[in-house]
Design a protein around this ligand. Structure first.
Ligand code: PGA
Length: 236
């Protein structure tokens, strides 16, 4: 199973970033990808050759007058293999599905894997309504994209992530999602679950037909992360 650790805006310095990676190394988990803040990427990529690294964001253009932005081309050049796109925390900062679509295209142009976050923003119990929302989101996000070989979809509705209050997502909804996506895309696509996993709930999701997990807060807590990894190891 693929595990992607999304560090978000953490840890606060390179010393702690190195410490966390050294800890990950000891877990000896083969399929662990890491998305640290940009500033740590060059150092971590150089020092930890056995890990796959990616960025948490890119701009949709290759270069130009975009103060503060970083392009797909740049992160590819330093050795990144993937980028996270359409994360709900970016959507809360004003990023639209249309922008995410341009970013996916830019990532594809640069031969990067797009880890595309996907899911409704509010908790909805009516499956018909939910499917309408998924369809709309899918159609905008993947407009003009025909090849899904370089795309990984992370199902993580905004209402369920970065919090224990609303989440985790009931297993039935994840199953409905998996069923819906299978009918939507004919080709094989990797699906991750991301909203949210903890040592206490990871077992609920281990028997689902998914390819792995996108883990935020718990990837920064060595003790909890180790428990999660060990539980995953037991089933793969
Ligand atoms: P969380 O974040 O595990 O902290 O909820 C998931 C994510 O990074 O998307």
């Amino acid at each position: 199973m693929l595990i992607i650790a999304n560090w978000k805006m953490n840890p606060l310095d390179i010393k702690n970033a190195l410490r966390l990676l050294n800890f990950y190394k000891k877990l000896k988990y083969k399929d662990l990808w890491v998305a640290p803040p940009y500033v740590y990427l060059p150092i971590l990529i150089k020092r930890f050759k056995n890990f796959t690294f990616g960025a948490q964001n890119i701009h949709y253009e290759k270069s130009g007058a975009y103060t503060g932005e970083i392009s797909a081309y740049m992160i590819k050049k330093i050795g990144c293999k993937f980028v996270i796109i359409n994360h709900s925390e970016r959507r809360k900062m004003g990023e639209t599905l249309e922008i995410a679509n341009l970013k996916i295209k830019q990532a594809l142009k640069n031969n990067l894997i797009s880890v595309v976050c996907f899911g409704e923003q509010k908790k909805i119990d009516d499956l018909k309504k939910l499917k309408n929302i998924w369809n709309r989101e899918f159609n905008i996000l993947f407009k003009d994209i025909k090849n899904f070989k370089k795309i990984i979809l992370a199902y993580e509705p905004s209402w369920a992530i970065s919090t224990q209050k609303m989440g985790p997502v009931p297993k039935e909804i994840v199953k409905d999602f998996l069923e819906w996506i299978k009918n939507k895309i004919n080709s094989q696509i990797k699906i991750l679950y991301g909203g949210s996993v903890f040592p206490e709930n990871i077992e609920n999701y281990l028997d689902l037909n998914i390819n792995g997990f996108l883990i935020g807060s718990q990837s920064l807590k060595p003790k909890n992360f180790k428990i999660i990894i060990n539980k995953i190891k037991n089933v793969v």
